[in-house]
Ligand binder design. Sequence first.
Ligand code: KMH
Ligand code: ZN
Length: 280
Amino acid sequence: MTGTLITLAPTGAESAKADVPALPVTVDEVVATARDCQALGAAVVHLHVRDAETRPTLDLGRVREVVTAVREATDLVVQLSTGCAVTDPADARLAVLDAEPDAASLTLGTVNFGRDVFCNPWDLIVELHTQMQQRGIVPEYEVFDLGHLATLARLLDRHGPPSGGHVHADLVMGVPGGMPGTTQALAACLPHLPPGATFAATGVGRTSLPVVLAALSAGGHLRVGMEDTLTYAPGQPVRDNAQLVARAAGLARIAQRPPMSTEDARAMLGITRTTVEARE
Ligand code: KMH
Ligand code: ZN
């Protein structure tokens, strides 16, 4: 059994800095968070970028600035969100790839998202998959519902394997409108993963901890962070992202699948872009 890949999702597009002061939104805050969380066991960082007013932005200059700053300060695999915010149009979401991240998220279908709709039609899925193949960007397939795995099978069948050749999916559970964050829902997804694929799971809100435990017990990997979880325990707000990564890393060690290094993460995901040591 290999180690556990821990992905940090520090910011997201949904929470306001005014409501959640510990949310990292400036370049310096994101870099400090990334550095702290790598030291605790994170190997991948899933980034949504904020502007100077702390609002979600897809401004390419700002996105590039954050990617460069995180790369300079850490060895983390830099994964940009192409899910962005529910209000972002498809062309702006595709343009995120111009920032040349190591990896990017790719959501496999439309899903209700609270009172909103997170819109991911087939043509956008194909365009993201194809552009990532052409640019050498490794996708992480985001699965909000069981049917999204049927779409993944169809995508790979019609358009070939992703850049790097390895399929890695993230089960995003507990979104109001998507699959529930339960052991039963996680187990139901597993037979539908493509052969040879690895998976991580993310439990939104109060499903965070049960999903971590279910994923570890099923041999899966973990995504944690303040994008998904703002309450550490009933009545106890999350102090910072490091607190969530430390908990995930501790549970992974208890499961005897300790956090994976950034190097091992790159090898597993098929990311050939070099690490800081290799560049020096
Ligand atoms: N912010 C959500 C609408 C992703 O980053 O790829 C989409 C999301 C998924 O978080
Ligand atoms: Zn995201």
